[in-house]
Design a protein around this ligand. Structure first.
Ligand code: ATP
Length: 504
């Protein structure tokens, strides 16, 4: 971990086509990113692994794909309209605006020093940390504004109405009102056509609970899973894709009988932590963190986060635990709220026991972008190797688990003649038909080609050489050990599939 910095990750991401700044040619857009050719494969493999393990690999979970824009009453019932907000604070020293609950902690009453204006050459100032117990994440100053709540939902309007036109038409009426009544009237005007980009995928599962129950033969305990985009107008965005305004979630709502919820919560907490470990994340860089009672959402009975130790830098040093996934016991809160607001029955009737009950929900909610960032940071490694000419060289390698590696195998002809390129192309053709994402490369020395694939995280490199032309064998070079073995070309597909997905 010691040699990993975010600077190196960001540079590798751009150089190798994992992640680009969005709209870069126009100067970029704050906290918006695009996934390049390697990044899109990485994220897709993570989502596929999640779907495979959470839906296809089980009998008790089904999938769903909901609209991003839902009926606005969904967000009234869920509490998001009234309460989905973060505490916002302004730093009076460097003018940064940030989330109080994510700011670096500092002992109340302690004296801290910081640079005037947050500038590196700025005059040294000192101040006392107030009872809130945190400082500005950018400059470390304790000179902060009071906290105010900021709703994170993105609002837009639906239908052939232009809220701006409506406001312009009401200008006279609005001008006559005092400021509080004016805001209320404006909210009313805007509210007539307002809809929201979903801030989480979970509500789609709750509002479709009855549809899924009636159309499938499932009965509790069962789950509904969804992978899709969510949107939050985040105040503080930083550290590449860790916190962005548009992101993808992988969420599952598991409906179970009240009384069995604690058991299921423990099951899902352990299962989800195991998932990251099975896909190759270092165990010592992962932890499960149970929420303190004061931290719990008012409806949640328990919540535990799977956290990863990211190489983020902040005013207190390098390395920070960041949430990858939250596992929550949401009780029967959501179904009861939607039942109350919609007037529809959202209970389950158990024909065996003749009992009616509202299921409790255990929710493992993960982020695909944060997972991709964690897999990237965790896979990153540098090691010193000796070149064939006896020189020392730094090898940058992404040690992805083969299942999530963007390119599974590269195929090289050792030289560009004697029929080797044709043979290599024929091998690629066969592997691609078998669903193995491969890459062909014939340019430069084979050692350079290996290095390029190491940086892309490709676990296997296959080389066609002169022996191939006589006995139809090829070498497979392992990314991590750099060892080579010779195998029959005809058996490559099976060998690779076993090594990539063998433990599916
Ligand atoms: P945080 O406390 O970091 O804001 P959260 O607890 O609000 O996260 P949840 O609502 O539990 O997050 O969402 C589930 C998952 O969705 C998170 O664990 C994370 O992986 C992902 N996620 C949430 N917000 C963002 C974001 N702004 N950018 C990227 N991923 C996000």
């Amino acid at each position: 971990m010691s040699n990993i910095t975010m600077e190196k990750i960001v540079s590798l991401c751009k150089r190798r086509g994992f992640i680009f700044q969005s709209s870069e040619i126009y100067g970029g857009l704050k906290a918006s990113y695009d996934y390049g050719p390697l990044g899109v494969e990485l994220k897709r493999n993570i989502k596929d692994a999640w779907w495979r393990d959470m839906v296809h690999g089980r009998e008790d979970i089904v999938g769903l794909d909901c609209s991003i824009i839902m009926h606005p009453d969904v967000w009234k019932a869920s509490g998001h309209l009234a309460g989905f907000s973060d505490p916002l604070v302004d730093c009076r020293n460097c003018k940064e605006r940030f989330r109080a609950d994510k700011a670096p902690g500092a002992e109340p009453g302690a004296t801290v020093t910081y640079a005037e204006g947050g500038k590196s050459g700025g005059k040294k100032l000192s101040g006392t940390v107030d009872p809130r117990g945190y400082v500005c994440p950018v400059c470390g100053s304790p000179d902060l504004s009071p906290e105010r709540q900021f709703n994170l939902m993105f609002r837009t309007s639906l239908g052939p109405v232009d809220p701006l036109q409506q406001i312009a038409d009401a200008a006279g009426e609005l001008a006559a009102l005092d400021s509080k009544s004016r805001m209320a009237r404006l909210a009313e005007i805007v509210g007539q056509s307002a809809v929201y980009l979903r801030p989480e995928t979970a509500q789609g599962m709750f509002v479709n609970f009855r549809n899924v129950l009636d159309s499938s033969r499932l009965k509790p305990p069962f789950g509904i899973a969804q992978v899709g985009k969510s949107y939050r107008n985040e105040i503080t965005t930083s550290n590449l894709t860790f916190r962005t305004c548009e992101f993808e979630q992988m969420e599952m709502e598991f409906f179970c009988k009240p009384g069995t919820d604690e058991e299921w919560f423990a099951y899902w907490r352990d299962t989800r932590l195991e998932w990251y470990i099975r896909l190759g994340i270092h165990r010592d860089r992962l932890r499960l963190r149970d929420h303190e009672p004061s931290e719990l959402a008012h409806y949640a009975k328990a919540c535990s986060d799977v956290e990863y130790f990211f190489p983020f830098e902040n005013v207190v040093g390098t390395g920070e635990w960041g949430e990858l996934e939250g596992i929550a016991n949401r009780t029967d809160y959501d179904l009861k709220k939607h039942s109350e607001y919609s007037g529809k029955e959202l209970e389950y009737f158990d024909p065996d026991t003749q009992e009616h009950y509202t299921p409790y929900v255990i929710e493992p909610a993960a982020g695909a972008d944060r997972a991709a960032l964690a897999f990237l940071c965790d896979a990153y490694d540098e090691e010193t190797v000796i070149t064939p000419k006896g020189q020392e060289e730094t090898r940058t390698v992404l040690r992805f688990h083969p299942r999530i590696a963007p390119i599974k195998a590269a195929v090289f002809p050792l030289v560009k003649r004697d029929g080797m390129p044709e043979k290599a192309r024929a091998i690629i053709g066969t592997l691609l038909k078998e669903g193995i994402n491969c890459f062909y490369d014939q340019s430069g020395a084979v050692g350079r080609r290996y290095r390029r694939m190491d940086e892309a995280g490709t676990p296997f490199c296959i080389t066609v050489d002169s022996q191939t032309l006589t006995d139809d064998t090829v070498t497979i070079r392992d990314r991590d050990t750099m060892a080579q073995e010779r195998v029959p070309a005809g058996g490559l597909g099976e060998i690779l599939k076993q090594r990539i997905w063998g433990e599916k």
